[in-house]
Structures are given as structure tokens and as C-alpha cells.
Design a protein. Structure first.
Length: 378
């Protein structure tokens, strides 16, 4: 849903009913993750996508039907179809469960408010019932970074509070996710499956070393949706003019900046300094942090010398195993721009558990099963 939050917010302001179709379950190979939505307004205008094209027409018609008839939200499964040219289905071999519902902004003020917050980029979550009693199916409870209003959206204040606690945990991790709750008197009598849509701040990419490779990498990082910081202790090189794509350029010793930087499990750290007096204190700290990726540039000789120095500094073998060095995938890259592609390709493969091998050399599904998580927002 948050992939089209800006447009949904404007539609809520009109206000006219629209239909919302959301992926609530993915099995096997599928092009888009849980939480992605397509919406259709009263004029027939469609935004978003749920399959990259395979079943868009069928979902569009379900949305038009929901707009015309209203009623209980409908959950529909689309599976594999290839034998019949006129059959509706996925050609990638996976299965999608899609929940389609009519939204009336005049009645759903909490949804409008949540979309408003999401459109500004502020932390917010929308908890959507994707399986449960017909009377609750499709309902949405907004949860904001500074709290939530418990209006008995999910059947009672106690249920709202229990769901909000789950949503705050997902907000803290920056992850969209599916959870089951209820079936007991402590929360709510009905057992519910919930999709928690999370609008989290952009993940961070920390680039240490104000070199030409950092300029290209900062541009690639912004393109992928990261909030990019370039840090270097040398003020003559660490300037905004040299790194126009970075969100911020910091003049400080790398390890000292990292000690006070805000990081989370989505943060990537790229060390491009090529200098032991910067690298070793920085990596000694970075390799112990709960971040997504730590990579360091250098030749294989530099890498071996770096490992020796890190061991002498007391870094354990367990922590050394987290270091991606020499940084990047083997693409034969030479220019800064090619090297940036090499590095970001490794970051993506690392995050998605990809092998990094050409698809022509591998078997099995092209799309790896999604870890349901918030995608970086540009």
C-alpha cells in the first residue's frame, strides 16, 4: 500500500471512493512483495501494480466490481498459468493472494491520516486484517511513531493495543511483516492474520573515504533509496561540491563518526579509505555492529594485511567473517561507476541472499522468496 501512498493520500482528499488491491501472501516465485498494492478510482484510473503485468487486468476488474458493488472485501488467489493463452495467472510459477476492498475516505478518517503521515516520510504503520471474520476483514488500524489512537477498529481497545504493540516492533525494525494474533481473552477472541505496512525512514549507506569511487557509489546508493553519508577526516576532500548526490558530507575521523551515528539492521557500511590508520579503528567497531553489510575496498594483499591488523586489534574470527573484502562482485569493473555497480550488486545479493551468479548458469526460481521488509524509498 505504501508504494502508492502519495496518490492514495490525494485521492482521500477529494474525497471519493476507490478500490484497493493488496498482495497479502506470496508463495514461490513472484515479482512483487507482500504489501504492494494497486488501486482504482471512480474514473477508472489505476495506479500501482501487483504482478508486473501478469494478472493486472483481472485485478483491475475486481477493483471495478468492488467499487460498483461494495460489500465484504474479497481475497483471491492467482496461481501459475501457461497452457491456456486466455487463462489469468502468473507465468513465473508462483502464487499470489490478493485482498480487494472498497475504500470510502469519508468514513475512514484514520486511513486518511495514516496516508498523510506516510506521504511526508514520517514513521507510520498501517495494520490491515488479511484473514479473519468477515466483519473485520480488510480493516486498517493506523499506528504512528509517537503512539496510536485506539478506536476499537479491530473489535476493542485491548485488541487495538495488542496489535499496536506488534506494529511498533515492526516500526523499530523498519520492516513490513505478517503476524498472527488473537484467539484468547488477553487480546481479542478472534484469531486474526495481520499485514503490518511500515513506512520507515530510508536505510542508511555510510561511505568512508572521500575518493572518486565514493562519488559514484553515493549516486548509486541514492538511486537504490538509501540515505547516503560520505565521511572523511580530510576537509579538503570531504566537500559537498565533490559529492552532490550524498545527503550529507561529514568531516570527522571515520571511527569517531561511527561511534555516534544512528544505525539499524538495514545500514550498509562501505570503507573506501585504503589507509590502515582509518580502516582499522573503523572496522574494529563496524564489524561488531548489528548492520546489514560491511565492505572494505583494497587489493587482495591489502585485504590480507588488513585481516592481520584486525586480529592484532582483537577482532574475533566470527566478526572477521562478516567483512566483505575485497568489496564488490567480480564484474571486471574498472571505472568508479562500474565499481559502484559491483559494490551495490553485492549489497543487494547480500540482503536478498542471492548467489551473485549469472541466471544463465543457475537453475531454480529467478525470484527468491521475499523477506517481507520495507523497501528503501527514494
Amino acid at each position: 500500500m505504501l508504494n502508492i501512498a502519495d496518490t492514495l493520500h490525494s485521492w482521500c482528499a477529494q474525497p471519493r471512493p476507490f478500490a484497493l488491491a493488496t498482495i497479502v501472501q506470496v508463495t514461490g516465485s513472484a515479482p512483487l512483495p507482500v504489501g504492494t498494492s494497486l488501486a482504482v478510482n471512480a474514473d477508472g484510473q489505476a495506479i500501482g501494480s501487483v504482478s508486473g503485468g501478469c494478472v493486472e487486468g483481472a485485478v483491475y476488474e475486481l477493483c471495478r466490481q468492488a467499487l460498483a458493488e461494495g460489500g465484504t472485501p474479497v481475497r483471491t488467489r492467482f496461481g501459475y498459468s501457461d497452457d491456456d493463452a486466455f487463462a489469468v495467472g502468473l507465468t513465473c510459477g508462483g502464487e499470489l493472494d490478493i485482498l480487494v476492498r472498497r475504500v470510502d475516505p469519508q468514513r475512514e478518517h484514520s486511513l486518511s491520516r495514516a496516508l498523510s503521515v506516510a506521504a511526508t516520510g514520517e514513521p507510520a504503520a498501517m495494520v490491515q486484517v488479511v484473514h479473519g471474520p468477515p466483519g473485520l476483514l480488510g480493516r486498517i488500524l493506523p499506528v504512528f511513531g509517537d503512539g496510536s489512537s485506539y478506536d476499537e477498529t479491530l473489535g476493542g481497545e485491548r485488541a487495538d493495543q495488542a496489535v499496536a504493540a506488534q506494529a511498533h516492533a515492526h516500526l523499530a525494525a523498519g520492516r513490513t511483516g505478517l503476524v498472527d494474533i488473537g484467539g484468547d481473552s488477553a487480546t481479542c477472541p478472534d484469531r486474526l492474520s495481520l499485514l503490518i505496512h511500515v513506512n520507515a525512514p530510508r536505510p542508511r549507506m555510510l561511505i568512508f573515504g572521500a575518493v572518486d569511487f565514493a562519488a559514484a557509489l553515493s549516486q548509486a546508493g541514492v538511486f537504490l533509496g538509501y540515505r547516503v553519508t560520505v565521511c572523511d577526516a580530510r576537509p579538503v576532500f570531504a566537500t559537498a561540491a565533490r559529492f552532490p548526490y550524498a545527503d550529507e558530507v561529514v568531516v570527522d575521523w571515520p571511527h569517531r563518526y561511527l561511534d555516534q551515528a544512528s544505525i539499524d539492521a538495514r545500514t550498509t557500511i562501505c570503507v573506501l579509505t585504503h589507509d590502515a590508520k582509518f580502516d582499522i579503528p573503523l572496522l574494529t567497531r563496524a564489524l561488531t555492529l548489528p548492520v546489514a553489510y560491511v565492505g572494505a575496498m583494497g587489493s587482495r594483499r591489502t585485504h590480507e594485511d588488513r585481516l592481520r591488523r584486525l586480529r592484532e586489534a582483537g577482532v574475533s574470527e566470527e566478526h572477521l567473517a562478516r567483512l566483505c573484502s575485497p568489496i564488490g562482485l567480480d564484474l571486471g569493473a574498472r571505472t568508479p561507476e562500474e565499481t559502484a555497480v559491483s559494490i551495490t550488486a553485492e549489497i543487494i545479493a547480500h540482503a536478498r541472499r542471492g548467489s551473485g551468479t549469472p541466471l544463465t548458469w543457475s537453475g531454480g526460481p529467478i525470484h527468491h522468496p521475499y523477506e517481507v521488509s520495507a523497501r528503501p524509498r527514494p
